[in-house]
Design a protein around this ligand. Structure first.
Ligand code: HAM
Length: 421
């Protein structure tokens, strides 16, 4: 038992998770580059108002979950619970709208929400997020969904389901909110305390409530799709058509209203059945008014963020990830160690990982070490092998063995390629 532990809902990220983590980040960076997104680094702390104004007073994030404190100068500061509002602040403050449209940015880093910790729900968690500005048409929505889909395909993440919805705009949402208000007023006495407040402040939020009794009350509630104005409807129809054309499968889910108030029109979530209650691995949507609300020019935008911890858990379920060396050199003597080290350097040059054991230990100890490191091949190298110029390799998974020329890097490379196939 250590003297100090991490805080509740906060985790260290250690091997083997960190290998999966780095693979996700590498894949994301490569893909963002191809799709024309530039990285931005935003602060972890911001003025509280940035979040209260954008995410909305009636949301759980602002109402219950923000880490807010007053600094020594008497300012109200908040640890960012999400990245979109700070990115919009950054976009306006740095006049990034002057760059050629559409302006595309991505970010990676920790977010903080004072939630009740459970599997997949943390108080400090990491997101990779992307925001695309000056992007009005449904083509931008499709482009973003295509990017995310592509990303999960590259990582070979199985069984994600894309659910989409439209939550309308300033023109059509008031009528929908009024209809929801009327519907839930008749059931007010059965709503949870929070939803009673939501009924007057923001009835749309009731659709997002996780309390079971409220979930049941939603049966038969009015559907947003019946209230969309002409523009929102044609945007949504076109997006659905584009997704069909791109071969991206999706489900319509009228309950995807998202837990943040800044959204307009398209909302979406990528969900899984493999992580228990916390199903959303990535989520996002369109927010066409936020830039203007932050003092910038009217700029339609769309974005998403994925939860790193959830994605790492999901990937680990389907593929064991380790940083195991490909070759383990079981060296028996000082001279064999020197030969193995120079061979290892030449292999590293070809991106082939290898490691050398200590030269003073027995062959038996070497073999134990190679298997505990999960190496693919052990290469036995003693003075006799050096004289012959040939060493014996052994595949640890099935005990197959053969000889290899210790000066022939190409032969090692071939073995590596065979072993990876
Ligand atoms: P969000 O749905 O709040 O959206 O979070 C996005 C993802 O972050 C979730 O789908 C989930 O995977 C992960 N996540 C959220 N909360 C937690 C938590 N407490 N513990 C672990 N993972 C969590 C946003 O944050 C928006 N800013 C997304 C966006 C970008 N919309 C437009 N642009």
């Amino acid at each position: 038992m250590s003297t100090y532990n991490t805080l509740k809902g906060v985790h260290d990220i250690v091997p083997p998770d960190v290998f999966v983590w780095n693979k996700i980040e590498r894949t994301a960076r490569d893909l963002f580059y191809i799709f024309g997104y530039d990285e931005i680094k935003i602060p972890v702390i911001e003025s509280t108002e940035i979040f209260t104004r954008s995410i909305g007073q009636s949301t759980d994030i602002v109402g219950k979950e923000m880490y807010t404190f007053t600094d020594k100068g008497g300012r109200s500061i908040t640890l960012r619970p999400e990245g979109t509002a700070p990115v919009v602040r950054c976009y306006v403050e740095n006049a990034l709208n002057r760059r050629p449209a559409p302006q595309k940015f991505y970010y990676m880093g920790p977010m903080f929400r004072y939630e009740r910790p459970q599997k997949g729900r943390l108080r400090q968690f990491y997101q990779i997020g992307a925001e695309c500005f000056a992007a009005a048409g449904p083509e931008s929505d499709a482009d973003m969904l295509f990017l995310i889909n592509n990303f999960f395909e590259k990582l070979k993440v199985p069984h994600l389901r894309l659910e989409i919805n439209s939550i309308g705009c300033k023109v059509c949402r008031p009528a929908y909110n009024a209809a929801l208000s009327m519907f839930f007023s008749q059931k007010e006495e059965f709503l949870c305390g929070d939803c009673k407040t939501r009924l007057t402040k923001n009835p749309l939020r009731i659709l997002d409530c996780k309390v079971e009794s409220c979930c049941v009350l939603r049966n038969g509630s009015p559907l947003i799709i019946d209230f969309l104005c002409e523009h929102c409807k044609s945007h949504h129809d076109r997006l659905r058509e584009l997704l069909y054309n791109l071969g991206i499968s999706f489900d319509d889910n009228p309950l995807i209203v998202r837990g943040l108030d800044y959204y307009t029109r398209t909302t979406f979530e990528f969900t899984t059945e493999h992580l228990g209650a916390q199903k959303a691995v990535a989520a996002g949507g369109r927010y066409d008014s936020l830039v203007e609300e932050f003092g910038g020019p009217a700029t339609p935008a769309i974005g998403f963020a994925l939860g790193m911890e959830r994605l790492v858990e999901l990937m680990k379920l389907f593929e064991p990830h380790t940083n195991a060396p490909f070759f383990y050199f079981a060296v028996l003597g000082e001279e064999p160690l020197n030969i193995a080290l120079s061979l290892a350097i030449r292999l590293m040059d070809k991106n082939i990982s290898s490691t050398c054991g200590e030269w003073k230990i027995s062959l038996k100890s070497h073999m134990k070490r190679a298997s505990s490191l999960n190496a693919k091949y052990a290469v036995m190298l003693g003075t006799e092998e050096i004289q012959k110029g040939m060493a014996t390799w052994k595949r640890l998974s099935d005990g197959t063995q053969d000889e290899i020329n210790i000066h022939d890097v190409a032969a090692f490379t071939k073995l590596y390629e065979q072993g990876r196939a």
